[in-house]
Design a protein around this ligand. Structure first.
Ligand code: PLP
Ligand SMILES: N[C@@H](CCOP(=O)(O)O)C(=O)O
Length: 518
């Protein structure tokens, strides 16, 4: 449709958006009743009427959200980083994970359609949806629906109102350990299933829900997992009544992660191999059976994950941090962050993007080695055991995406030894956080880059925390009990055993208080 006829068919607020930057409503902005008063000053928000008792929030969305929002914007699969002359593309309703040449795919949005609205429009729209229970925009992912899966019907969305996670000012950690004043932790792990995977899984499972309603051959959804993808997949599938199948490397994931898909009713296969072995198997299986692939090889997932980057900008009132540090394993997330930041720049919400750091465990560091070789020679590695077990991955499926992201933003790859990542985790915990070992990997990268002068004391820096620390309690217990072989456990804080009498309790307390007195 030509842009002029499109604009003619739309209500006032949309037609004038380029010039007037209208304030959108909490629902989708394209509605006949514009909230802009005649002199263009924001009108006071009218109190929303409580919906009728027999109506739920999905019904309300069906009644209130304008029908236009499904047709204005669109997205399709294209080969990742394709030559501009390539015409290869696929509808998001097709079941396809690879390009004709066997390469990765990417979700490409109709940027021309999105650019009909200026940066101020998008900032206001996204800001207007935060902190609400409006379906589906109460989710931090679906509050950016036009940039995620624009064509899906609100009715098909499967959401736990994920996202909108805390951007935590790490005041004491920054000051005490780094001399930094502007250090932040984006707590993506404080989420429905305890990791950032919820952000991508709501998108993927929603699309599966749509495909099943269209009678596409999808009987179940499957993934290989180091624990977090399977937890998210099983929860979202259970919520939509869709069968989920998870391939887990036997004895390589934490108990808290293992129990999640079991409790959510997934079909759990514990397989005697590592993650890379499970990944290979699920790829073969999904090529043969009507099981939809839920790993980040499927580029739909990254559309949800990229909203964490947009959220960071939004939480800084659309100011851009200098650095964002992301732990990397299968390497989808580092690209998702890059894509989120890049879209914000391209669509005029911000004028630059941050430099990204991808942080890997030294025991599973193929991207780090590639970076250090000057991008000369990529070789998968055989990873060895790491406390950051969710990133124990030697042959990451998104290697090309990660390299593109790092190169495009003048990024850096760092790594952390087991002792470094555990010490950093415990140091952070000692300042009131309770982080997972993967976040410890990211903090180690920060410590190294700060010590070498690459990151400056005044740089605004965000460390992405990818999972909840409560999923990894065993590693913390081992550390605090000083039970880890060849590790000094310098920050261990073991409980003091004390006899059950007043005198003994008083003695240990006096000694403790003396050690703490200034
Ligand atoms: C807790 C946690 N952190 C980081 C990662 C790394 O993310 P990615 O695989 O997208 O690099 C994963 C999964 O791989 C994870 O589960
Ligand atoms: N850490 C992941 C590994 C798989 O990554 P994915 O993003 O490709 O699904 C997990 O938790 O399983």
């Amino acid at each position: 449709m030509a842009s002029t006829s499109l604009f003619q068919s739309l209500p006032f607020s949309l037609q004038t958006s380029k010039r007037a930057s209208p304030k959108p409503s909490a629902h989708f902005v394209i509605r006949a009743q514009s909230p802009i008063s005649q002199n263009n000053a924001p009108a006071p928000a009218a109190a929303k009427q409580r919906r009728p008792a027999d109506e739920n929030i999905r019904d309300e969305a069906r009644r209130v959200n304008a029908p236009h929002d499904h047709h204005l914007f669109s997205a399709k699969y294209v080969p990742f980083n394709a030559d501009p002359s390539s015409t290869e593309s696929y509808s998001l309703d097709e079941i396809v994970y690879r390009s004709q040449s066997g390469g990765l795919l990417d979700v490409q949005h109709d940027m021309a359609a999105l650019k009909r609205f200026d940066g101020e429009y998008w900032r206001s729209l996204f800001d207007s949806r935060v902190g609400k229970t409006t379906w589906p925009y109460g989710s931090g992912v679906w509050s950016k629906k036009e940039w995620v899966l624009p064509e899906i019907h609100d009715d098909d969305i499967v959401s736990a109102f994920e996202g909108n996670s805390n951007l935590f000012w790490a005041e004491r950690f920054g000051k005490q350990f780094l001399g930094m004043n502007d250090l932040w932790v984006k707590h993506c792990g404080i989420s429905h299933t305890g990791s950032f995977k919820d952000l991508g899984m709501t998108v993927l499972v929603s699309q599966v829900n749509r495909l099943r309603k269209m009678n596409r051959p999808v009987v179940g959804v499957g993934c290989a997992s180091t624990g977090d993808t399977s937890a998210a997949l099983s929860a979202y599938c259970a919520s939509a009544g869709i069968p989920s199948i998870v391939f887990l490397p036997a004895n390589r994931i934490s108990l808290a992660q293992l129990v999640q898909p079991i409790a959510n009713g997934a079909f759990v296969l514990s397989i005697d191999t590592d993650f890379d072995g499970c990944m290979q198997l699920i790829r073969e299986v999904t090529a043969e059976l009507p099981i939809y692939l839920a790993n980040s090889l499927n580029s739909l997932r990254l559309e949800g994950q990229k909203t964490a980057a947009i959220e960071i900008l939004q939480q800084f009132d659309w100011q851009v941090p200098d650095w964002v540090i992301v732990p990397g394993g299968n390497l989808g997330n580092i690209y998702a962050f890059y894509k989120g930041f890049k879209m914000c720049k391209e669509l005029g919400l911000v004028d630059k993007i941050p430099r990204l750091v991808c942080a890997q465990a030294a025991n599973a560091d193929p991207l780090y080695k590639y970076f250090k070789s000057g991008w000369k020679d990529f070789k998968p590695v055989i990873p060895t055991t790491t406390f950051a077990s969710a990133i124990q991955i030697g042959d990451p499926v998104s290697i090309d995406r990660a390299v593109h992201a790092i190169k495009s933003c003048d990024g850096i790859v760092e790594e952390a030894t087991e002792e470094e990542l555990m010490d950093a985790t415990m140091q952070a915990d000692s300042t009131g956080m309770f982080i997972c070992p993967h976040t410890g990997v990211a903090l180690t990268a920060l410590i190294k880059l700060k010590n070498s002068g690459v990151i400056k004391a005044t740089d605004r820096t965000v460390v992405v925390s990818t999972a909840h620390g409560l999923k990894f309690t065993q590693s913390k217990i081992d550390y605090h009990s000083k039970k880890i072989k060849d590790m000094a456990c310098r920050y261990a804080n073991p409980p003091k055993e004390v006899k059950a009498d007043f005198g003994s309790v008083m003695d240990v307390l006096k000694t403790y208080l003396q050690s703490k007195a200034h």
